[in-house]
Design a binder for this molecule. Sequence first.
Ligand SMILES: Nc1nc2c(ncn2[C@@H]2O[C@H](COP(=O)(O)OP(=O)(O)OP(=O)(O)O)[C@@H](O)[C@H]2O)c(=O)[nH]1
Ligand SMILES: [Mg+2]
Length: 554
Amino acid sequence: MSRASSTLVPFLYPGFDCQGAFIKTAVRRALHLSRLRQHQSTLSTAHGSEQHAASSHLNPAPDDYARSVFTDKCQLTLAAGSGGHGCISFLREKYIADGPANGGDGGSGGNIYIQAVRGDTSLHKLARRGIIKAGRGKNGQGKAKGGQRGEDVLLHVPVGTVIREITRRDPVAEEEEQTRHDAGEGEVRGQWRRDKWILYPASTPSDYAMAEFPDLQRSRKGGVALSQVPAPINLDLSQPTETPILLAAGAVGGLGNPHFVSKTFPKPKFATKGDPGMTVTVELELKLLADVGFVGLPNAGKSTLLRALSRSRARVGSWAFTTLQPNIGTVVLDNHQGRPQLSASRATGEPRTYFSVADIPGLIPDAHKDRGLGLGFLRHVERAQVLAFVIDLGAGDAVEALQNLWRELAAFETLRNMETNVRTESRMVDWKAFGTPVSSSASASAQDAAIMAKNPKSGFAINPPASQHLPDLFHKPISSKPWFVVATKADLGGTQENFDRLQGYLQAIMAGDEAHPSGLENSWLGKLATIPVSAIRGEGVERIPEWTVSLFDD
Ligand SMILES: Nc1nc2c(ncn2[C@@H]2O[C@H](COP(=O)(O)OP(=O)(O)OP(=O)(O)O)[C@@H](O)[C@H]2O)c(=O)[nH]1
Ligand SMILES: [Mg+2]
């Protein structure tokens, strides 16, 4: 070892001493570790078979789960691409020292499209992005080369997503409106505007002081903008969209100098700038969560049932509130390998090869009063098409458990209806023509005044103020959804009687001897079924897909 390194060693490795004490300690430690590992491996082989028998896909170890990432609502700012600038250029070739104008046009900005696809179940990937920008168009170049188009962006969202506009800023539309409402028609004509024109390099505006600029073309919306969703955006993508939908069209590029050749300007030394892109802020919300939603008390066995039906790795635990976010699983009906297990078709006639199941967090008494995370969990229930009540046969009276669950759902629905009525009424009272000062809403009139000041002659808002609180989405009433009961943990002793009582209760409802457990009018009254299963053993679960599929078309 060199002298320099020997002086550094004690600093880097304080345990090292010159007599090799460091090496001895390290060797001793390594030996001890290897002996420990050997001991552990013998232990694990001795108990390995036992452990394997205990933990399985349906009865997993507490740490055997995949964390589900789920987002059902998010806000996105979509920024369409701005147009590239036009180019000022002149032909220069051998023997052509002073050729004609040949500047290319700027490329148009990229568009933002959206498409609903099957297979996605959450908005978390988009929620992470926050701001989505399409590419800017490239500037035009000499030799009449047009600029390249900005890159488009295609957003994929799950089927059942609702997209609603919060705010919009469209400088081009804004300017168009302004021009239309301006009394002085020739305001744009003949003026140099920094935001509109590009001048030849090394020239200054003073060079153009006497020049009269040509008339600017006012409406320069690209053809693609015609297929843009009209403002304000309000889309309900409840079916897969075959072709992407245009949400925000990119702005058009500027014009190169050949466009401005005239008798007065045979060699124009100016071109136009590209238009600025529009920005829209939208809210995305999942209206449909899954085809089937599991409703049950905490610890009823919902996640285990989801594992039994699908390949989900939802977390299972013998304590309440193991699940805090919906887990979505997929039940495959046709894996395209031979005859399908079940042949079913969707309402559109399209063959159904799978359906999705949501394991919703457990509901507790008074969930409708937002106890715990009650309202958050109840919100997911109204997003399922069919409800499966998961009742634990080993946890007391099953009929009472079912009634308690329905009581919560009914209370939530009543509350929701009342809220909607109150909100509708308040909106009707608050309604006023734009610009009419209303004393009751000081902040609103201040906002109106600000917009009026900006566009005094317009009389309407081009960029309306942000409506931060969009109204709640309309959902089918919970009580009108088809439902059935899954009586789980049937493997436990002494559950037969409980099951019989539950089945008797459902039959009495169907016969009209008992009231519907929701107590609400217009409740769904189809054929009610109780399916006994032992999810932990995977027994009886095969009846669930069969029954569920029969309920989809109800
Ligand atoms: N014996 C028996 N136990 C079961 C069965 N299904 C689930 N369990 C057990 O019940 C406990 C709760 O199961 P989970 O699937 O986590 O229940 P959960 O309804 O998802 O609970 P939360 O997510 O907390 O609402 C676990 O210890 C499971 O092993 C079953 O069919 N039979
Ligand atoms: Mg769970």
